[in-house]
Design a protein around this ligand. Structure first.
Ligand code: ZN
Length: 364
């Protein structure tokens, strides 16, 4: 059985990779550890995706407890300075540290691209992406998971865009100068903390102008709403699931799912078992039908146009039944068995992504 190629909304291969030393993983060699490399991608029909770069998470030093945060007077709670609000246990990251990190990771990706001799390509336009799909060249889109490397004047945004940045998550699960992320508590609501800062709204407008996709995965609900009213591009959650099926703050409420649909956007369904399961347990003993159930729910609510894939390979606990990128045909088979065939399967696998990127990026 041949299945349509998969364009995937999220992997952490680049962030997780140690380029030097014994744990170094070349993208070109097949490995047993992790979930993604070129040989396993090829085998599984992984045609490309958003390659995330995220400055490492560090715990907050002496985090104020939730209790004490609640007890603070409303005037203090309103706080416009992001660091004043504690929604997650992760510390803010210094901009220069984040810039050093993403520059090193982008250089690493570019050197893998050269080493691959044409098998891996960093893509910057939909035309390039379509060429890669036809030629079976694995297509990598540079995505920042959190806007920490961007300065408030947005000069870095312009420079990184020139270098290939085409997708940006406003915040990972920690506060930054632009907005606030959600925690990994379970169960929990994404409605925690304030919305975007003024700098965050300016960032959204600048992304619209440059043609950079804005990712709302990890962003809190007020920030999500601010993106929805500020952005003129389709709303995209690159790697999230439905909160109605798994009440993790990282998942999308029905209201958010409806807003994404109204904008012509999409949801890349995350394969992380902790976001799929009703009990929120990151348990590899989770059947592929748990992913199908999420897709059924979202497609049932907003139509097949609004649902795609956002694996979280190399950053999450995959179902054993999938294993890694080489196991994608088993997911395709589970979707086929659930009634997704022909154009429905193509839309989930890559066509919805192509449509949304086509409406978001500028031609080049
Ligand atoms: Zn993530």
């Amino acid at each position: 059985m041949t299945y349509p190629p998969v364009f995937d909304g999220h992997n952490d291969w680049l962030t997780a990779r140690e380029p030097t030393g014994p744990t170094g993983r070349s993208f070109l060699e097949r490995r047993a550890e992790g979930h993604l490399d070129l040989p396993r991608g090829r085998e599984g029909g992984f045609a490309g995706g958003l390659f995330a770069v995220m400055a490492p998470a560090r715990p907050m030093v002496n985090p104020p407890s939730r209790q004490s945060a609640r007890k603070r007077p409303p005037s203090a709670r309103k706080a416009s300075a992001p660091a004043d609000f504690v929604a997650t246990p992760f510390a803010p990251v210094d901009r220069r540290d984040a810039q050093d990190f993403v520059i090193q990771k982008m250089a690493d990706l570019f050197s893998q691209e050269v080493e691959s001799g044409g098998q891996l390509k960093v893509v910057r336009s939909v035309a390039e992406l379509k060429r890669c799909l036809r030629a079976k060249t694995l297509a990598a889109v540079i995505h920042f998971e959190g806007a920490e490397p961007i300065d408030p004047d947005l000069d870095a945004l312009v420079v990184f865009h020139r270098a290939g940045l085409r997708s940006l998550g406003i915040a990972w699960s920690r506060p930054n100068a632009f907005g606030h992320g959600v925690s990994f508590d379970f169960p929990g609501s994404p409605d925690c903390g304030p919305g975007l800062t003024d700098a965050g709204r300016a960032l959204v407008r600048a992304c619209n102008e440059l043609g950079i996709l804005i990712d709302v995965s990890h962003l809190n609900e007020k920030g999500f709403r601010d993106v929805a009213v500020t952005s003129d591009a389709p709303l995209v959650a690159t790697h999230s699931c439905a909160h109605a099926l798994c009440p993790a703050p990282r998942n999308l409420t029905d209201r958010q799912i409806d807003a994404i649909s109204a904008s012509g956007g999409l949801i890349g369904v995350n394969f992380h078992t902790g976001f799929l399961r009703e009990d929120g347990r990151p348990d590899p003993d989770t059947p592929l039908t748990a992913i199908v159930r999420q897709i059924d729910y979202i497609a049932g609510r907003i139509g097949i146009e609004g649902v795609a894939l956002g694996s979280d390979f190399d950053g999450a606990t995959m179902p054993n039944a999938l294993g890694d990128a080489a196991g994608l045909p088993r997911l395709m088979e589970a979707l086929r068995a659930a009634g997704y065939t022909g154009s429905a399967l193509r839309k989930i696998a890559h066509e919805n992504w192509l449509r949304v990127l086509g409406r978001t990026w500028k031609p080049s």
